[in-house]
Design a protein around this ligand. Sequence first.
Ligand code: SDX
Length: 427
Amino acid sequence: MSDTVKIQYNGKEYEYPIVDSVIGDKGININKLRDDTGLITLDIGYKNTGATKSKITYLDGDLGQLYYRGYPIEQIAEKSTFTEVMYLLLEGELPKKDQLLQFEADIKKNSLVSEEMKQILKSFPRSAHPMGVLSTLTSALTAFNPHAVNVKSERDLYNAYTMLLAKFPVLCAWTYRLKLGLPLNYSNNSLDYPHNFYQMMFRKPTEELEVDEVVVNAIDKLLILHADHEQNCSASTVRMVGSAHTGLFASISAGVSALWGPLHGGANQAVIEMLEMIQKDGGDLQKWIDKAKSKDDDFRLMGFGHRVYRNFDPRAKVIKKVADDLFEKLGIQDETLEIAKKLEEVALNDPYFIEKKLYPNVDFYSGIIYRVLGIPTEMFTVMFALGRLPGWIAQWKEMRMSGEPINRPRQIYVGNPQRDYVHINDR
Ligand code: SDX
């Protein structure tokens, strides 16, 4: 018999079952609360509310731990590849060799993007933010692949997401090429995922592409580290939109838009802009730490803090190491990285950050690496989206396969009580 919780209201007592978990938060099943009591719950920002039961990703905010399908992110980042992580998140198990080869082949056969998509891309000004371009192009894929996904058919669902996994990196690379006014590259099916993405981003028709394996490896690791993060804002958006039985491409397009926000994936761009601003302002770290702490100042330390982590974001630790290794191998002394490390040290010794348990998150160091890889600041969140794509699809697939109802929260109304209409001449 599972545990229960009792509440008393209006002289009556009500009992609700506890929903058990394999690990982490348990929950109160309040499905009958409103019918029993007429009450709903209020939890603005969903800080204490579970939206679903999921088997994909688990994170322990207090311990700073993250698991993809039970595997610790540190082991995955060190030993796996992004393509293998896609398979793990989507299918639930690490693939055997033949399964991985088939998965890669099924992605590659979809890697050609309709030529007409270029017309949409070229209608944007070069000044357009790549995340807005990417969200539009992702939604436009629906126009060229109009069939809705029959989620009752494993095959149909599989074909839909391998198609998206194939075309999304092309669209990401195209948003970069548009910004720089460079000709668009096609996928090269003779290459693995990270090498193919690298050539689509950086190959110029006028010269041989020099491929630095250290750089390609860093990109693959960063994509792994961004692949999923349970019910974050953009994943919840994908699930919310998908719960209306909206198609996969349009649901993912909504996720791209949610990730764009500077409080979410857009923070990696905001971190670099913040570090450059501090550098230009003379590098007085304490001044900016004090501004971040001040109630009267809306400046926040971008890349710091997290809704769930009350400890180091484990991804930030790995990314910091990727940055150190990369810069050592490339022989780069990056002043922005030095400022970031000093800022982290000052903040982590400041009572305000200690008491509020504010630590560096995934976005604090990632932008520093992207910049060294030659990726412009406005493309950083596109890189985040590329990494997060398999996680979004896995969340969408889990929600649709489980037959969850349309997401439709309730509200506490605090507006005008009923009143009669007044003609404009009498107002
Ligand atoms: C991502 O959810 C995910 O999993 C997201 C993500 C993923 O992989 O999908 O991990 C990716 O989005 C990482 C977060 C990137 N965003 C930033 O780095 C932006 C800066 N961080 C903050 O805006 C903030 O920490 C949030 C948005 C990340 C979390 O905000 P919460 O959980 O709503 O917490 P809050 O804003 O209520 O802050 C609690 C307190 C407040 O002080 P009080 O009002 O209690 O006095 O902490 C303070 C805040 O003012 N605070 C900060 C701060 N973050 C929180 N103060 C200064 N600088 C900060 N960065």
